[in-house]
Every structure is written in C-alpha cells, then in structure tokens.
Design a protein around this ligand. Structure first.
Ligand code: MG
Length: 218
C-alpha cells in the first residue's frame, strides 16, 4: 500500500501523516527478553521496518503467507513535530498512539542471528507491520494496558509501566543518532507470550484506555 492509502486509513487530523520512518525497539519487556533467552539490554535495541511492510489491522493484511509467524503486540507511538538531534524530547513530543503487531519470521530471525547477519527480512515484508488507526495519546496516564487474543485465547497482555525503556528514554535515545520528524512511528516492544500466528488465524487487540477493541483475520 502507498503511504497515501495508509494515511487515509490510519490517521485523522490533527495527527501528523505517516512519514514512512518506522523504528522498532526490541527486548523492552523483561518477561519477553527471558522467554527468548536474550539478555536485558543496557540501551535500547533498535531495528527498522520499511514503509512497504505496513498494513491496517483490519485488512486482509498478510501478503507473504507461506509460513508461520510470531505475533508481537506493541504500543506504537507517533512523533508530533520535528525534533532536532540537539534537542531533548519529553512525552509532549508524542502526537498519537495505537496498537500494532510486529509480525516476525522467528525461524528466519534465529537463523540470521546465529550467522551474525541483519534481521531485516525477518521483520520487514508485506504485512509485517500491522497497525490500528491512531488515537489520542493519554499523556497523564501512569500506565497503558493492552492485550492480544488469537482464535479466542488471550496470548499477550502488557503494561507500558513495565517497559525497560519508557517512551521518553526511547525518543531521546533515537535523537542521539538522527532528527525525528512528524509522523515517524516507533514500535515500542512486546511483552511475553509471543507465539505462532498463521494465515487465517482470527485475532483481537484491546486497549481500554486507548479506546481500541478491534478484530481481524491474518
Ligand atoms: Mg517487536
């Protein structure tokens, strides 16, 4: 899908339009770090998805469907305005938020990790970045709870207060290396419970605080 098509489906004024920059944070919830037998990072683990990987949650989202994937439900924040590298960001820099699924080819990722090669093709393919439409960021909320169910069974439940690196620290870490632009989005990591997810599975993503309760079929 083009960015114009994605913006028409996912973003309403006054939120910025998607810029096409998509940052993702790995290993940001301790229980998930442990389930994949990774080490808790000392600074955020950052990787990218291409804009060609984005799809609205409700669409027939998965274009690349010959294998089983892992689901990773995540809070996805959007940058409100241009922030230069020399500046500091606080949560007022967040223009909107939503739920997304960081769809992962886990077997391929493990093979690439073992070889010391980039994970890109395990994380960036058509349908790898599923997104609900963006919502107002609840800047005064101490915690945002969110969950994912697959085929009627709850698989993942997370709380933003459990993130190893909170929103502000993620923004300021990214700002060490580049400017941030309006409409840049950041997948902020997944809690425990990642598991197999395949074409035809039905799913539901919920966050009461964000007014999100949406169903889809992979
Ligand atoms: Mg992830």
């Amino acid at each position: 899908m083009t960015l114009d098509e994605l913006n028409a489906s996912l973003v309403r004024p006054p939120f910025p339009k998607l810029s096409g920059n998509i940052y993702c944070i790995g290993r940001n919830y301790v229980d998930h770090v442990k389930e994949l037998q990774n080490e808790i990072p000392e600074e955020p683990v950052v990787f990218l998805k291409s804009p060609a990987s984005l799809r609205p949650l409700h669409s027939d989202a998965l274009a690349c469907a010959t294998e089983s994937f892992h689901h990773e439900i995540e809070l996805v924040i959007m940058v409100k305005h241009h922030i230069k590298m020399s500046e500091k960001a606080d949560i007022s820099a967040i223009g909107a938020i939503t739920l997304g699924i960081d769809l992962t080819r886990r077997t391929l990722q493990n093979e690439l990790k073992a070889k010391g090669l980039p994970w890109t093709l395990a994380k960036s393919f058509a349908g790898a970045g599923l997104l609900h439409s963006f919502q107002t960021f609840p800047k005064d909320a101490p915690d945002i709870e969110f969950s994912l169910s697959v085929n009627g069974e709850e698989r993942q439940r997370g709380h933003s207060k459990d993130m190893v690196f909170d929103f502000r620290r993620i923004l300021n870490f990214l700002l060490k290396y580049q400017d941030l632009y309006p409409g840049d989005i950041i997948y902020t990591g997944t809690p425990a419970g990642v598991a197999a997810f395949k074409k035809g599975d039905s799913f539901q993503v919920v966050s009461k605080l964000l007014n999100i309760d949406a169903k889809g079929v992979l």
